[in-house]
Ligand binder design. Structure first.
Ligand SMILES: Cc1cc2nc3c(=O)[nH]c(=O)nc-3n(C[C@H](O)[C@H](O)[C@H](O)COP(=O)(O)OP(=O)(O)OC[C@H]3O[C@@H](n4cnc5c(N)ncnc54)[C@H](O)[C@@H]3O)c2cc1C
Length: 449
């Protein structure tokens, strides 16, 4: 069958994009390599939209939780992943969890029911030179295609692993303890610095040694990246002072909170944890050099012992995984198109979003954008105040390109509401998002198809 759009990858994002296009009568070729004799190191079977690890789409609370809000927005756009998820739902309290076999089979059944969608089991090794294309090959994109993407984008623009340092919500950092400065006062006062005494540092170092760590999967351990961005606990194991000569180096950082008549500018702490701005809004800050394989609960416990971070709220916790993703803020335009080859759109985790739901949401929006392009409509982005709009804006330009790492949806990506009391902010973000999403939906639905 001739097609209007070629989608490469039948995971969460590719299946969702195919659904959005196919139900509008647009002819789609959906190429999925599993089922043709190929697979990835994490997938087990050949079903579309296979969930490679947990069976949870996380919180389904659309009043106080950003991912729950994203569920809500996806449902309003008749998301296939949400629709099949409902059919496959298993009890999980306020979370949405699914029977993974039922879910995958349901996705496949619904797609197969669309006469304009052709599902082909084949591996694609090169980016197509022409024709509208959506690349949704995920964190474990097959090697030949990854090479072709590197040729189109440059080798330093496609990462093969993530090295995620924890990201902290700015309004949870105690600035009576921390201070803004750059080393030796060079450049602007761009970093938030958390000071440590010798005693605090030694206790923290011991905590890193004792902390419970996650294991590397065999195929992750073989990925040659650990010298370049070594987990902080591995650095700690190399010697008690290794961190003080690395990411926790205190030299050139006068702490004004420790000023005395003799030292009016303050003193250097024994060690420092630095945080760097992570998004344009300034609501999210990453802990510099703190990529880690510590278990999540352990990270929260230990990092809250850092002076100034006692009440830290984490937008995401640290991790290191094999993960293929683009430096999207630089490479993609606001419609997820490769700037250097605009017939190619990217969707799903390869854009640098993180998680099943986020990947599906970016697939959904890539489908809508492509449908609009084919029918000659101008694209109207969902407002940044919505979950979908906030995630999309982050990926396509609002994130700091230099420190770009995969990101879950969270309220830190939303334009702040500083006048609302902290305790009421989640409800306020949600209320604003739902109103703005409704208006946006009204506007796009008014555009004739
Ligand atoms: C090991 C692991 C565990 C994870 N666990 C979780 C979790 O528990 N919860 C969570 O929310 N997120 C998790 N993620 C993150 C992420 O949400 C999932 O990887 C998600 O499936 C991403 O969706 P996607 O559609 O972008 O990619 P995928 O779902 O991986 O889909 C990509 C598809 O493209 C196919 N493909 C690849 N290359 C080619 C090619 N050249 N030609 C044709 N087809 C190709 C693959 O076979 C695959 O089916 C995990 C990721 C990994 C790697």
């Amino acid at each position: 069958m001739a097609h209007d759009v070629h989608i490469i990858g039948g995971g969460l994002a590719g299946s969702e994009a195919a659904w959005q296009l196919g139900r509008r009568g647009i002819r789609v070729r959906l190429s999925e390599m599993r089922g043709s004799g190929d697979t990835t190191p994490a997938h087990q079977g050949a079903g579309l939209a296979e969930l490679v690890c947990s069976n949870s789409f996380r919180s389904d609370d659309d009043e106080k939780n950003a991912v729950g809000l994203l569920h809500h927005e996806m449902r309003r756009l008749d998301s296939l992943v949400m629709r099949a998820g409902e059919k496959a739902r298993v009890p999980a309290g306020s979370a949405m969890a699914v029977d993974r076999e039922v879910f995958s089979a349901q996705v496949e059944r619904e797609l197969a029911s669309l006469p304009s969608v052709e599902i082909v089991r084949e591996r694609i090794d090169r980016l197509p030179e022409s024709g509208l294309t959506i690349v949704a090959t995920g964190p474990l994109t097959a090697a030949a295609l990854a090479e072709s993407i590197v040729s189109a984008t440059g080798s330093d623009r496609l990462a093969f692993f993530d090295a995620i340092a924890p990201i902290v919500h700015h309004d949870s950092i105690d600035m009576d303890v921390c201070w803004m400065a750059a080393r030796w006062d060079k450049g602007g006062k761009d970093y938030i610095n958390c000071p440590m005494t010798k005693e605090q540092y030694l206790a923290f170092h011991q905590g890193l040694l004792d902390g419970e760590k996650g294991e590397f999967k065999e195929w992750e351990a073989n990925t040659p990246y650990f010298e370049g961005c070594m987990p902080i606990e591995v650095m700690a194991e190399r010697g008690v002072d290794t961190l003080r000569f690395g990411p926790m180096k205190p030299v050139g950082l006068d702490n004004p909170h420790w000023a005395t008549p003799e030292h009016p500018n303050g003193r250097w702490p024994y060690a420092v944890v630095q945080l760097r701005q992570d998004n344009k809004l300034g609501t999210l800050w990453n802990m510099v050099g703190f990529q880690t394989k510590l278990k999540h609960a352990e990270q929260v416990r230990l990092f809250r012992t850092i002076p100034g971070l006692e009440n830290a709220e984490f937008a995401r916790l640290g991790g290191l995984h094999r993960n293929t993703f683009l430096n999207s803020p630089v490479l993609l335009d606001r419609q997820l198109r490769l700037k250097s080859a605009p017939h190619v759109r990217f969707a799903g985790q390869i854009t640098g979003c993180e998680g099943y739901v986020e990947s599906a949401a970016v697939g959904l929006v890539a489908g809508l954008m492509t449908a609009g392009e084919l029918t000659g409509q101008d694209w109207l982005s969902p407002p940044r105040s919505t979950a979908m709009g906030a995630l999309l804006a982050h990926i396509t330009g609002d994130a700091e390109a230099e420190t770009y790492q995969p990101m879950n949806v969270n309220f830190g990506l939303f334009p702040p509401l500083p006048d609302v009391k902290k305790k009421q902010r989640k409800e306020a973000y949600t209320e604003r998002a739902k109103a703005d999403f409704g208006q946006w939906l009204g506007a796009i639905e008014r555009v004739p198809a």
